[in-house]
Design a protein around this ligand. Structure first.
Ligand code: FES
Ligand code: FES
Length: 158
């Protein structure tokens, strides 16, 4: 059996017995039951599986679970507080910034990581930051609108 591996998941300590080279997304989905993190390309190219590790976006399909030992992992399940949507989630909802929703968890977490330190990010900065997150449904414009709107809530009007 693999050696235990501990990290903080959505604010709570967890320990898993996964092989260290198992990709984080499968540990989250199959072992910890958090299926909000989606799997698209499985090659680190589409952003669907984005989670935050120590507040930085990473593709969980290409991140061995051993790499997050002792770190803090935030998934989409960790954003709402007491059933209240986070402002970024709320802005996505208000702007209908999705169709099928498959890219949405990764989009929201990537956006959240930017707005956390830079709520007044410009449209160009948002675009550059979101480059690794693809939406096959073509909701990109509404996604950018939602991120800008969330920034206004978090950082005050521009
Ligand atoms: S599924 Fe991980 S980047 Fe596409
Ligand atoms: S809403 Fe379908 S991939 Fe983005």
């Amino acid at each position: 059996m693999a050696a235990p591996l501990s990290f903080v998941l959505n604010g709570k300590p967890v320990t898993v017995q996964s092989p260290g080279d198992r990709m984080l997304v499968w540990v989250l989905r199959d072992e910890l039951g958090l299926t909000g993190t989606k799997v698209g390309c499985e090659a680190g190219l589409c952003g669907a599986c984005t989670v935050l590790v120590d507040f930085e976006p990473v593709p969980s399909c290409a991140t061995p679970v051993a790499d997050v030992a002792g770190k803090s992992v935030l998934t989409i399940e960790g954003l709402a507080v007491d059933g209240r949507l986070d402002p970024v989630q709320k802005a996505f909802q208000d702007h209908h910034a999705f169709q099928c929703g498959y890219c949405t968890s990764g989009m929201i977490l990537a956006a959240w990581s930017l707005l956390r330190t830079k709520p007044r990010a410009t449209r160009a900065e948002i675009l550059a930051h979101m480059e690794g997150n693809l939406c096959r449904c073509g909701a990109h414009v509404r996604i950018l609108d939602a991120i800008e709107a969330a920034g206004q809530v978090l950082g005050g009007a521009r």
